[in-house]
Structures are given as structure tokens and as C-alpha cells.
Write a protein that binds this ligand. Structure first.
Ligand code: ZN
Ligand code: ZN
Length: 250
């Protein structure tokens, strides 16, 4: 499995996933022009994409949707948002797995202030990828679904101290910190701690706040978890905000 972030953060999110027989985007929250340009750098055309999986309706995850011709998969309870705007709309039920050319996709509910937000796992015969960004708190279900992943895309949204002292209005700070907001470095590290296992190889720290976090703080937090557990086989990376990330082969 090959994975590469095309963008990550509140200015837009998209993740490219390629398995033996299928090419998938998870979210399409940048312009169609940017999506096309970044995919081209990977040698992939927009017309090669077999499916676009949408986590939730926020613009930073779905901005390009009206112009996408590939099949777009959304949670069944959000179909009404898209049905007049998306050419080839498919629906999924959170909790129910479906197959895309041999890749098994499992959407699962996450707590976030959107209509029906989900995370995804994408599995092939030997590999499991887990993706959760935009998650206000870690539930037992989230942990259960991500268990056994070989690669993880995890939200490390904010540093608690930086958020506390940032210039954001109080209401916005409360929203970010709430159970339906975003995940702090500390919470994300707690989740990572619970997901460490022999087969975990790559962790991409994603959806970092531009104001309330820094790549160094997020990495410090995640690497201290690895250090505490004596783990040396896991590679940590921060997903780039406005550019193509490194290609990761899992
Ligand atoms: Zn977001
Ligand atoms: Zn969101």
C-alpha cells in the first residue's frame, strides 16, 4: 500500500491511498486544480481515482466535491447535502465495511461537530491503514477500529498551552477543546500509546493547527510515547499543510 498526504489542516485535507488494484482519495478539501496538480506529481491523473471517501462535510474536507467525476462515498445521513452537487454519489453506513477493488473500507463514527463524521480503515490482505482527523475525543470504538493498523494518520491538532494563550476568542477555544472539537497533542499521544504494536510502522501526525501547534511540539509529544515504550520501529512524520507529503510505502 502506498500513501501520501496531498494537504493537511484547516486549510484543506486530502490523502492519496493506492493499493494493488485501486486508487482512493480520503477527503478532497482543496481546490480541484490543486488536487490535480499534486496528484500529477505522483504520476496519477484525477481520472485514475476509483473512489473519493469523505469523512465529513466541513469545507476543509470536501471543497473540491462539486467538480469531482469519480465516485464519491459519503455517509448515508449526509446524502441530502450532496445529492444535487455531486455527479456520482455513493453512500455508506458507518460501521458497515465495503469493498473497493479488493480493498476493504470500514467507516466508523467519530465525535466531531459535523452531521455524521467518520474515520476510516482501509485494509488489504497484509496491510491496515487507519485514518482519523477531526475528532474531539477518543472513544472505545475508535480505539477498537484502529487496533492492528500498520500505518496511522492521526490528528495532532493543538498544544494545550498554545491554545490556552492564543488570541482565539474564548468560544472558539471552547469549541476546539470540546468533545466534538479537535484532538490535542496529549490526547493523540494517549491514543497512539494504546495503538502501539509490533506491526505498526508509520504514524503521520495530521491536521495540525497553524496557530495553536508546531510540528516540533506534535513530534515531541508523539516521540515521547515511543520512547516511553522503548519503540524504535515506528517512523513518525508530520503531514505537510499545503504541499504533497512524502510517499510512504506500508
Ligand atoms: Zn478539518
Ligand atoms: Zn471538521
Amino acid at each position: 500500500m502506498k500513501i501520501c498526504t496531498l494537504a493537511s489542516g484547516s486549510s484543506g485535507n486530502s490523502l492519496f491511498v493506492e493499493t494493488e488494484k485501486t486508487k482512493i482519495l480520503v477527503d478532497a478539501g482543496i481546490s480541484h486544480r490543486q488536487l490535480t496538480a499534486r496528484l500529477k506529481k505522483l504520476g496519477v491523473q484525477m481520472s485514475d481515482i476509483n473512489a473519493v471517501l469523505i469523512t465529513h462535510e466541513h469545507t476543509d474536507h470536501a471543497a473540491a466535491l462539486p467538480s469531482i467525476k469519480a465516485p464519491v462515498y459519503v455517509s448515508s445521513s449526509t446524502v441530502s447535502i450532496w445529492k444535487d452537487r455531486v455527479e456520482d454519489l455513493k453512500e455508506f453506513e458507518p460501521g458497515r465495511s465495503f469493498s473497493l477493488n479488493g480493498a476493504l473500507v470500514t467507516p466508523f463514527p467519530v465525535p466531531h461537530d459535523a452531521l455524521d463524521p467518520v474515520g476510516f480503515t482501509i485494509e488489504t490482505d497484509h496491510t491496515k491503514l487507519g485514518v482519523v482527523t477531526d475528532i474531539g475525543s477518543v472513544t472505545a470504538l475508535v480505539k477498537e477500529r484502529l487496533k492492528g493498523s500498520n500505518a496511522l494518520i492521526l490528528e495532532f491538532n493543538y498544544d494545550e498551552g498554545m491554545l490556552l494563550y492564543s488570541s482565539y476568542p474564548w468560544e472558539l477555544k471552547q469549541r476546539i477543546k470540546s468533545r466534538l472539537g479537535h484532538l490535542s497533542n496529549e490526547d493523540a499521544s494517549g491514543l497512539l500509546n494504546d495503538l502501539i504494536h509490533e506491526g505498526l510502522r508509520h504514524v503521520l501526525l495530521a491536521h495540525l493547527s497553524e496557530v495553536n501547534n508546531t510540528p516540533v511540539r506534535a513530534l515531541d509529544s508523539a516521540s515521547s510515547v515511543l520512547l516511553r515504550n522503548g519503540i524504535e520501529h515506528v517512523r513518525l512524520m508530520v503531514a505537510k499543510r499545503r504541499a504533497l507529503g512524502d510517499v510512504v510505502i506500508v
